[in-house]
Write a protein that binds this ligand. Structure first.
Ligand code: ZN
Length: 583
């Protein structure tokens, strides 16, 4: 920000006034603007009178505009102001319903370990975890792995899910695996059977459906309890084959939603054809989702179930079972759909893409898996902030990658070091250097305590030095038009050729560059060429050179390549490999 000349000051006042107007329903206030100006620029204190009159001129202009007009100007000239404004409204979670009824709040996250986790799971994880912490309660991880056939779990995913939760900083207080709990589900199933609240149905699916659609019982429903106990034993001992029977929970056959009527609770899966990855062929009768999840929520003492509204019907189904067992249903919060435009969130498509080799792995940068986000330098803090800003509301929400990036940028910007990466390097020869230059590039412009990258530019024969600059920057260079090499000196191009630029040294002070409105570009001295490849979010690779100081980087360091973007260092060897996060 340049305040030395009056135009610069006017512009600055206009910006401050517009910002203030945005926060005050379109009417900017004089006092706060002057306060802000004096706070940020102590040298203006001597000129309060002039300042006040300039502020009044700006206020007269801006306060006569419609708020939409004000916003349009801001969008056009200072779009970063609107982004900042959005981020700064930090949201807090609303209180849980009926929290006081429970001595300890218990929540759970219950994934099927049939795939890695992705951004689509973030809401269930973070809300469940953060509410447990907020109330000093308990957060349970429950693996729902009772379908060895269609949604077949795989051993690697149990660990990958634990790792993802750990990375998200969601500490698990207790862990349960449903495939270890089969005897418990059998025990309650038998209780329901002996009560007459469950039955083993051998009807063909179409037959069952056509009857229940008319609210009529199937042929099995009203048979004596002993018959169903017998049938149950035949399920367990292998008399029945896969697909022959299903155990159903009795509900209200008049229930307005036919999908609720006498829902299936357990079925047979051929244990030799479909052994379970953890328990092998030990079981052939497997609980379906509503039986296992429904029983576990009560048995594990879950007080608040936090899940998507697609589960609303499941609650209705499970409430019948709860009634049969004399239990109260936990508090349930059903949030709306969260869509992230441009993110591939279909588990089956991810799995298929990996199997077919379209993606390089679970952390392929094109995926929205947590492992891919981690590899790119997206922070758990950014994901958390984004999810908390949406909260548990029931309305559907659409977010974009840019929403996540702006949270991440805000997290990274103050803490990561900066370096130069020259993409598609083009040679720049600078002639007539008057002396040797010792340059100190701050690792972070507002944090000198983070130290500097130091380079010495030693003029060679004929007082020349050779640099690499990005192809993009070379393309905008014009003969005779000043360019500033950041933090170094100003040059004037003399000849532009496809294989490089020849320029003359112009001057050293930054002020000269400002006056000439010179483009500021980053550079690397051509001496110690450190190859660098940046894997982009579309899996293409940006190739170039990194400055020598990048040799000190370690894998997992997240940095900012100036004028290029944030990236996570993936590999440091004879070359650097980084994964791109965002601008
Ligand atoms: Zn039947």
């Amino acid at each position: 920000m340049t305040l030395e000349n009056e135009n610069g000051l006017r512009e600055f006042i206009r910006k401050a006034a517009l910002q203030n107007a945005l926060h005050h329903g379109g009417k900017a206030q004089q006092g706060p603007i002057i306060g802000k100006l004096l706070g940020e620029h102590a040298n203006l204190r001597a000129k309060v009178k002039e300042l006040t009159s300039l502020v009044n001129v700006a206020l007269a202009e801006i306060n006569s505009m419609a708020p939409e007009e004000q916003r349009r100007i801001v969008e056009e000239k200072w779009p970063e102001m609107l982004k900042k404004e959005k981020i700064e409204e930090e949201k807090k979670l609303p209180p849980l319903p009926n929290a006081a009824k429970y001595s300890k709040i218990v929540t759970r996250f219950s994934p099927n370990p049939d795939c890695v986790l992705h951004l689509g799971s973030a809401r269930a994880i973070i809300l469940s975890h953060d509410y447990a912490r907020l109330y000093r309660g308990k957060f349970i991880l429950r693996f729902e792995d009772t379908d060895p056939k269609v949604k077949r779990p795989s051993l690697e995913f149990y660990d990958r899910i634990r790792e993802d939760l750990d990375w998200l900083e969601c500490k698990i207080d207790e862990e349960y695996i449903q495939s270890d709990r089969i005897p418990i589900y059998y025990e309650y199933t038998e209780r329901l059977l002996r009560q007459g609240n469950a039955y083993v149905c051998n009807c063909l699916p179409d037959e069952f459906r056509s009857k229940t659609l008319k609210s009529r019982p199937c042929n099995c429903r009203n048979m004596p309890i002993e018959e169903h106990v017998k049938r149950w034993n035949r399920m367990l001992d292998g008399t029945y084959a896969e697909g022959e029977v299903v155990l159903r929970i009795k509900t209200d056959l008049e229930h307005p939603n036919p999908a609720v009527r006498d829902w299936p609770a357990l079925r047979i899966i051929d244990e030799r054809k479909y052994p379970h990855p953890r328990v092998g062929s030990k079981y052939r009768v497997w609980p379906l989702y509503n039986l296992a999840a429904g029983l576990d929520d009560h048995l594990l003492g879950i007080t608040h179930i936090i899940r998507g509204k697609e589960h609303l019907t499941n609650q209705v189904r499970q409430e019948f079972m709860y009634k049969h067992l004399g239990w109260d249903y936990p508090e349930a919060i059903h949030y709306g759909r969260l869509k992230i435009t441009g993110a591939h969130l279909s588990k089956s498509k991810i799995v298929q893409g990996i199997r077919e080799g379209a993606y390089k792995g679970w952390d392929d940068p094109r995926l929205a898996t947590f492992s891919a986000l981690r590899r790119r330098g997206i922070t758990p803090n950014a994901i958390n902030k984004m999810i908390i800003s949406v909260g548990p509301k029931t309305a559907d929400v659409i977010l974009s990658w840019e929403n996540l990036y702006s949270y991440n940028r805000k997290t990274l910007d103050p803490q990561v070091d900066r370096y130069f990466f020259v993409q598609e390097p083009v040679k720049l020869i600078v002639k007539h250097l008057p002396k040797r230059f010792q340059v100190k590039l701050p690792r972070h412009p507002s944090k000198p305590e983070r130290g500097f990258r130091e380079y010495i530019i030693e003029p060679g024969k004929e007082k020349t030095a050779t640099f690499w600059i990005a192809k993009k920057d070379s393309e905008t260079a014009e003969v005779g038009k000043m360019i500033r090499l950041m933090e170094l000196f100003n040059i004037v191009p003399k000849t532009l050729r496809a294989n490089g630029i020849e320029a003359h040294f112009a001057s050293e002070p930054y002020e000269d560059a400002r006056e000439a409105r010179a483009q500021l570009i980053h550079w690397i001295e051509a001496r110690d060429d450190l190859q660098c490849e940046v894997v982009m979010p579309d899996a293409t690779v940006a190739k170039g050179l990194a400055e020598a100081a990048c040799r000190e980087l370690k894998p997992n360091n997240v940095i900012q390549f100036e004028r290029f973007g944030f990236a996570r260092i993936d590999e440091v060897s004879s070359k650097i490999i980084a994964y791109y996060a965002h601008k």
